[in-house]
Each structure stands twice: as structure tokens, then as C-alpha cells.
Design a protein around this ligand. Structure first.
Ligand SMILES: NC(=O)c1ccc[n+]([C@@H]2O[C@H](COP(=O)([O-])OP(=O)(O)OC[C@H]3O[C@@H](n4cnc5c(N)ncnc54)[C@H](O)[C@@H]3O)[C@@H](O)[C@H]2O)c1
Ligand SMILES: [Fe+2]
Length: 390
């Protein structure tokens, strides 16, 4: 029997109105001066005011909003340079995965020397030595699960890379679906598809275990049952709440079991064509799952069941095909383009995408089927042509 390590989980408040718990949590720490790392859109939406109203009476704080979606390595370095000039004893990150990943960097780099790039997974040479100051992460999209994971993702010229260390885990996560009501439908679709990808990839990962399986299957049920409704009516409180729980559980699932080939092939698409992370995963889901289906047929039947499908009397190969058609159907309903062409990715780009995806060995190693360079090229080809070849 192999041993399973359960990753640490931040203290979490989750549910409608959970943001009210922020000040109570801040009092648990020796909080003197706070840096709030916030997505700039939140100030226009009045969401940032909700946070600062909670802080004003008790704390000194600065707000940093020089953030772009899918932040670059330079975006992260700029924030770290800024944070190092202040005497901050607490970081609050609020926004989508982009803001949360940056907030994590601000917290750890207050206690670690050197540049952010020195610590990257693919090209860095240093390992974080200290945890830095405490951090409270407040997601405003139902997507990445960054509020529970130990990574920060940064965009590079051709691809994306991560810094990965348990020091990057939040001390507290506050997951309030109320804060996601304003997310436009296209972003709801992309971020929700990212969460679904986390759950699916964690479930079929070679590192999956009883703990991550439970989290992943429940996340698949919640997300597949609510994503269309959240996209079609952003004010749907139940759908937003189910998505918040679903993305949180999917984050925990993939933190424990890892994500795999879909993310490996999506990273270069994000890096080279600036396709949002969720969209670049979403478009690849059917093609990767179809290509690797023989390596995880029974699990794909279980995914189909978690999505509400009935596998009674069905052979495993049939159930896996039904799983793929349900996923295609859901992605269509939420408006995800069916092919790479839908994101203006030309055929001529596939060779470079393949070269870059091959380098994502950390992710590819978790895929239940070993994928060679030729396999990866085949998957990109089918995602370009729209044919579900195997
Ligand atoms: N750390 C992790 O574990 C992890 C996991 C997966 C992805 N990521 C990374 O996270 C980033 C993507 O994060 P994301 O998908 O959450 O998107 P995002 O943070 O880039 O936000 C997407 C868009 O939504 C807007 N937005 C955010 N909250 C909003 C709200 N409440 N109302 C209206 N608009 C809002 C933002 O301004 C932005 O334009 C990528 O860099 C990706 O690589 C990190
Ligand atoms: Fe992701």
C-alpha cells in the first residue's frame, strides 16, 4: 500500500457573505500594516470599497492594483519590488487567480532574496527559504483554486511557468460567491471550465488517491450542474454558490493529485497567443480526453456519472465516449469555441506549441497515458481540425 500525503489546507470561510469574516481572521495575526493586492476591475465595481471599509477602522493599509490578467514574470517582479519597500506584516489578495498568484509572491518575497525568475520551476535555480508574511486570499472568480494551492503561475514569452512551494499556501481563504456575481458570462465560462479541468485532471492523475478522488468527483458534480446556469444568468445565487464550492474543491483535488496533459498543452497556448487560461484548457478538454481515453476508461465512466449520466449496462469504452460527448455538449452550451481556429491560432503555430508543451514534464508525468512529442502534435492537430481522432 502506498502512503498518501494530504496537503495542508488554509483556514477557510466559504459561502454567501463569507467576506464578513475578514476582520475576525486578521485579528488572529500580528497585523500592523497590510498590502492589499487587488484586481483593478474590483475598484470600478465597488468590491474593493467593501474590503477597505472593513479595514479602515483598525488597520493601516496600501492598495496595489498594477495587475494584468495572466500576469507576466515582470508583473510579479514589479509587485515584489514595490512590496519590499513597505513594512508590511500581512498581504490580502483579492481577485481572480491572476491577483491571488501575485499576492502569494508579495508575501513570500518579503522574506526571500533575489528575483522572482530565480525560483521558476523550469529555469530557476533557487528554492524559497522562508514563508514570508501571512496572506489571506479572497477569490472573485470561480476558477483557479489559487486560494488553496501552493503555486503561482507566471506567463513567459512562449509559455507559462510556476513557482511551487508550500510557503505559497494561503493562511486563510475567504470564498464568497457574492463577489463573483459581477463576473461577465464569457469569463464565468472560461474560469469555470478551468475549475472543471482541475477536477477532471486530478481525478485521472497517476497521483490520484481516495482523498483527491472524493474532492474531484464532488467538484465535477457541482461544476457540471451549475456552470451553464452561472454563465446564462450571473445573478443566479445557487449557481454562483455551487461554482464557488466546486472550484474550491477542484483546487484542493488538484493540489493533492496534480493536473496533467490538458494544462501542459494549454500553457503554451496561453503564453504564445494570450488566450485566457480557462479558455486554453477548455478548448483542449475533448481532444486530450479522447486521445488518452483507453488509459482511464473506468474513471471516465465515473466522470460521466458525476455529471449526471447513467452508465447502467454500458461497456467502459461506451461510457468513456459518453463522457466525452457530455463534455463537448457542456462546453458548447457555455460558448467555448470548438477548435483552436476559434482562438485565431494558425496551423503554422502547432509545431512551436508542441515543442513548448513537451517541456511541461511536471504536468505530463501525471497523465495516465505517456504522451510523446508525436502524440502531443497529434492532439494539437485534432484540436485544430476539430476531429476527435485517436
Ligand atoms: N495558482 C493556481 O493554483 C492557479 C491555478 C490555475 C490557474 N492559475 C492562473 O490564474 C490566472 C487566471 O486566473 P482567473 O482565471 O481567475 O482569471 P483572472 O484573474 O485573470 O481574471 C480574469 C478576468 O476577470 C476579471 N475579474 C475578476 N474578478 C471579477 C469580478 N468579480 N467581476 C468582474 N470581473 C472580474 C479580471 O479583471 C480579468 O479581466 C492565470 O494566470 C492562470 O495561469 C493559477
Ligand atoms: Fe488551471
Amino acid at each position: 500500500m502506498s502512503l498518501t500525503r494530504i496537503a495542508p489546507t488554509p483556514i477557510t470561510h466559504i459561502g454567501w457573505g463569507a467576506i464578513s469574516q475578514l476582520t475576525k481572521e486578521l485579528r488572529q495575526f500580528d497585523t500592523k500594516r497590510i498590502l492589499v493586492v487587488a484586481d483593478p476591475v474590483l475598484s470600478q465595481l465597488g468590491i474593493l470599497d467593501q474590503i477597505t471599509e472593513l479595514l479602515t477602522a483598525e488597520y493601516k493599509f496600501d492598495i496595489y492594483t498594477d495587475i494584468i490578467p495572466e500576469p507576466l514574470l515582470e508583473t510579479g517582479q514589479r509587485l515584489v519590488n514595490f512590496a519590499r519597500k513597505g513594512k508590511y506584516s500581512m498581504i490580502i489578495g483579492i481577485g481572480g487567480g491572476s491577483a491571488l498568484d501575485l499576492a502569494k509572491l508579495a508575501a513570500v518575497f518579503l522574506a526571500n532574496e533575489g528575483d522572482v525568475g530565480d525560483y521558476l520551476n523550469l529555469t530557476g535555480s533557487k528554492t524559497l527559504k522562508a514563508k514570508g508574511v501571512p496572506k489571506i486570499l479572497i477569490p472573485t472568480t470561480s476558477g483557479t483554486g489559487a486560494e488553496v494551492t501552493n503555486i503561482s503561475v507566471l506567463a513567459l514569452k512562449h509559455t507559462k511557468d510556476v513557482i511551487s512551494h508550500d510557503f505559497l499556501i494561503a493562511d486563510v481563504a475567504i470564498v464568497d460567491p457574492q463577489l463573483t456575481i459581477s463576473v461577465p458570462s464569457k469569463i464565468t465560462a472560461a474560469t469555470g471550465a478551468d475549475a472543471l479541468t482541475h477536477a477532471i485532471e486530478a481525478y485521472i492523475s497517476v497521483n490520484a488517491n481516495q482523498y483527491s478522488d472524493g474532492l474531484a468527483l464532488q467538484a465535477i458534480t457541482l461544476i457540471s450542474g451549475s456552470l451553464k446556469d452561472a454563465v446564462q444568468n450571473g445573478n443566479n445565487k445557487q449557481a454562483r454558490t455551487d461554482m464557488a464550492f466546486g472550484s474550491y474543491l477542484a483546487g484542493l483535488a488538484f493540489f493533492n493529485a496534480g493536473v496533467g496533459a490538458i494544462h501542459a498543452l494549454a500553457y503554451p497556448i496561453g503564453g504564445q497567443f494570450h488566450v485566457p487560461h480557462g479558455d486554453s484548457n477548455a478548448v483542449l478538454i475533448p481532444y486530450v480526453m479522447n486521445y488518452i481515453k483507453k488509459s482511464c476508461q473506468i474513471k471516465m465512466g465515473n466522470i460521466f456519472k458525476a455529471m449526471g449520466g447513467d452508465t447502467n449496462g454500458m461497456r467502459d469504452d461506451e461510457a468513456s465516449m459518453r463522457c466525452i460527448s457530455s463534455l463537448v455538449d457542456l462546453l458548447k452550451k457555455i460558448g467555448i469555441p470548438a477548435t483552436l481556429d476559434g482562438f485565431n491560432i494558425p496551423l503554422s503555430a502547432l509545431q512551436q506549441l508542441t515543442c513548448d508543451a513537451v517541456k511541461q514534464t511536471r504536468l505530463l508525468a501525471r497523465c495516465p497515458q505517456h504522451l510523446t512529442e508525436e502524440d502531443i502534435s497529434n492532439i494539437y492537430q485534432s484540436a485544430f481540425s476539430g476531429e476527435l481522432l485517436s
